[in-house]
Each structure stands twice: as structure tokens, then as C-alpha cells.
Design a protein around this ligand. Structure first.
Ligand SMILES: Cc1ncc(COP(=O)(O)O)c(C=O)c1O
Length: 389
């Protein structure tokens, strides 16, 4: 069979993930410390695990409603309202298999062939490929370190045209650690007002901001925003695969249709765990989430000071758990740097170009790693840099 003939061209056209490629190499090597993976090193809090175990013991092993369990959706709406002043009701909330499924559903529900989606760059690796798979055209909108990697309204405006269907608003940002302030958000929403352009706010890192609470793009903009969030980062629940999308009912209804036929529902065990996560957080003033955030904050300062001491130009991240130092001065591309650092220094990081061309000249390090591992990686990176000089 001629496989080139049978494969769908959008799939053939997208590159394999630049992150995975590195980890496949790293996993075959001894003694490597990874600052690569974007996931909490904490185990899911015990009360959350226990609630799920308990439900399995009691035989809750069946499909749920396509939308997700009503109790969970109610809690999600209460959480968004209390925490971020965002108001969606139950019928506008869909529980998904991670924020990942919610993103995919949003693109598939919105895009006709040739529609453009504006994506601040650098950004999360999945946006552009998922837009392509949904037959849309991803368009990178640059963000700049001198703006603390916030999306500038005037820059965004210069990319808008009659083909623009949606804008992704990925803050706090992976990989830069940039966040958006309320005045910056207002400037962006002003530019979009009066246009049929949907805002897709990926706020998966909303609980991880340092020095100030997260501002949601959906606040006051519920009628034009698909708000995507989930349990992976805030509650250390990456493996449970639980997320959600809230948005205007006509859009969520279409997303539910796709979800109905392709996924049926998110796993019931994960949904039960999500109910416990939100109930506990809402009744304890987010004590466990806060404890994890405080730990990330200490590590953030440690790694930031470490890179500064080495003399690498580095932006102080304000959210998520990544830092994005510049390695331009070494004269290497980000891939060359990461490959040599992995082989010679035994530290796994992610080349900035995995996040689009705008990320070239940088590396992404995750500080969701233990303090010991962060300190040892900093030592190894320093030795590696000294050998270069
Ligand atoms: C910005 C961003 N959005 C979405 C996701 C996917 O999250 P989930 O585990 O909920 O699918 C990630 C994972 O790293 C991410 O960094």
C-alpha cells in the first residue's frame, strides 16, 4: 500500500512534538535530571485519591452524562464565580478529558477550512497543530520580553482580518511565565469588541500566579469567551485527565455534540475526584493548592536567582511553573544547546523553538521539580557553561 496516499494531509503536515523527542532520548540515559516535563512533582492530595477509591469500591464505574456529573459542573461554576468573578451556569459547562480535549473541541466546533486562529507566541506546543488538525490556519502573534510577554492589544489588532475566527489567550503562559493584568486584558477585549472573534482563554495555570491573584479573560466577557481550565496543574492531577470548558451555550452545545460522539464522557473516577478537589478547596480556602503554590514560588525564586547568577539573561516568571532563560549569547541554537546540555551536563530541558519560532534563543525549564534537583541542575548548567567559555 502507498501509505502517503492514504494518510490525511493535515496530520502528515504537523511535526512530532519537540518536547517528546527530547524525553525519548533522555529516558535512555543514566543520571539525567529533568527540568523538562510540565507537570507537578507532587502526588495528588490524599483526600482526592481516597474519594475516587471509595467511589470505585462502591461500584461507581459507569458512564456519566455526556456533559459531566451535574454536581461537578455546579462546583466548577461556583469555583469560577467565587475565585475569578466569572459567571457561567450549568448548561454552559462541559467536563472534558483534560484541558487538551476542551481545546480540541473548541477548534473543531469553530473552524471552517481556512479560518485563522491567532496564537500569542511563544506558547504551548499543542495549539498550532490542533488548529491545523481542525483545518484552520494557526497565526503566531509575537509577544515580547520587554512587555513581560503579555499580549499587546495593538500588535493583536494588526493581525485581525476577516478570516480571524478566534484568539487564544494562554495566561499564565507556558513557556514564558508571563501573565496579563486587568488593564492589559481590557485593552485586548476592547480591540475585539464588535467583531465575531471568539476568545479561547486557556487558564489551566490560573491557580499558579505569584504575587497577586489571577485575572480571567472571561470576566464580563462570558458571552464571547470559551474558558478552558482543568485539574492537572492546580491539584497535581495530570494523570487523571480531567478538564472543562465553559462558554456561550450555542458554542458549548456544539462542543458537546462532538464530545458525545467521540468521547462519551470523562472518566467517572476522575470526575468523582474532581468533586472532592473542588469541595475541599472551596471549604478550606484552597489550603492544599496554596501549599503547593508556595512551594513552587520558593523554587521559582531559587531558579531565577540561579540563572541570573550565571549571567544568562532571564525574565522573572510571574505564573505557571516554567522559566525561559535566553541562551543566545552561547551562539548555539536552542536545540543545539539542549542536546549538548543533555549529553554533557545530564540536564534535560526543552528547546525554545518547540514553542514556535518566537521561542528560538531560549530554553524552557520547569521548576515543578524538587529543590535538590533544581539546585543540582543549576550546578550542572553552570559547569556546562563554564566549559563552553
Ligand atoms: C497551556 C497548557 N494548556 C493545556 C495543557 C493540557 O492540560 P491537561 O492536562 O488538562 O490536558 C497544558 C499541559 O501542559 C498546558 O501547558
Amino acid at each position: 500500500m502507498n501509505y502517503d496516499k492514504v494518510l490525511a494531509s493535515p496530520v502528515v503536515s504537523i511535526p512530532p512534538s519537540g518536547i517528546r523527542r527530547f524525553f525519548d532520548v533522555a529516558s535512555t540515559m543514566q543520571g539525567v535530571i529533568s527540568l523538562g516535563v510540565g507537570e507537578p512533582d507532587f502526588v495528588t492530595p490524599w483526600n482526592i485519591r481516597e474519594a475516587s477509591i471509595h467511589s470505585i469500591e462502591h461500584g461507581r464505574t459507569h458512564y456519566t452524562s455526556n456533559h459531566g456529573m451535574p454536581e461537578l459542573r455546579e462546583l466548577i461554576c461556583e469555583y469560577l464565580s467565587r475565585r475569578y468573578g466569572v459567571r457561567y451556569d450549568l448548561s454552559s459547562c462541559l467536563v472534558t478529558v483534560g484541558a487538551s480535549e476542551a481545546l480540541d473541541l473548541a477548534f473543531r466546533a469553530l473552524l471552517n477550512p481556512g479560518d485563522e486562529v491567532l496564537i500569542p507566541a511563544p506558547s504551548y506546543v499543542s495549539y498550532a497543530p490542533c488548529v491545523t488538525l481542525a483545518h484552520g490556519i494557526p497565526v503566531a502573534v509575537p509577544t515580547y520580553e520587554e512587555d513581560a510577554y503579555a499580549l499587546r492589544a495593538d500588535v493583536l489588532e494588526s493581525f485581525l482580518n476577516e478570516r480571524t475566527k478566534a484568539v487564544i489567550l494562554p495566561y499564565p503562559n507556558n513557556p514564558t511565565g508571563g501573565i496579563m493584568t486587568r488593564p492589559q486584558i481590557d485593552a485586548v477585549t476592547r480591540v475585539l469588541s464588535g467583531r465575531d472573534v471568539v476568545m479561547i482563554a486557556d487558564e489551566i495555570y490560573s491557580e499558579l500566579t505569584y504575587g497577586g491573584t489571577h485575572e480571567s479573560f472571561a470576566k464580563g466577557m462570558e458571552d464571547r469567551t470559551i474558558l478552558i481550565n482543568g485539574f492537572s496543574k492546580a491539584f497535581a492531577m495530570t494523570g487523571w485527565r480531567l478538564g472543562y470548558a465553559c462558554g456561550p451555550k450555542p458554542l458549548i452545545d456544539m462542543m458537546v455534540k462532538i464530545h458525545q460522539y467521540t468521547m462519551l464522557c470523562a472518566p467517572v473516577m476522575a470526575q468523582t475526584a474532581g468533586i472532592e478537589a473542588l469541595k475541599d478547596a472551596l471549604s478550606s480556602d484552597f489550603a492544599q493548592v496554596r501549599a503547593m503554590r508556595n512551594a513552587y514560588n520558593r523554587r521559582r525564586l531559587l531558579i531565577y536567582e540561579g540563572f541570573k547568577d550565571m549571567g544568562l539573561p532571564v525574565f522573572e516568571p510571574r505564573g505557571a511553573f516554567y522559566i525561559f532563560p535566553s541562551i543566545r549569547e552561547t551562539g548555539m541554537t536552542s536545540e543545539q544547546f539542549c542536546e549538548r546540555l543533555l549529553k554533557e551536563g545530564r540536564v534535560a530541558t526543552v528547546p525554545g523553538n518547540a514553542f514556535g519560532d518566537a521561542g528560538e534563543g531560549h530554553i524552557r525549564c520547569s521548576y515543578a521539580a524538587s529543590t535538590d534537583n533544581i539546585m543540582e541542575s543549576l550546578r550542572r548548567i553552570r559547569v556546562f557553561l563554564n566549559h563552553l567559555n
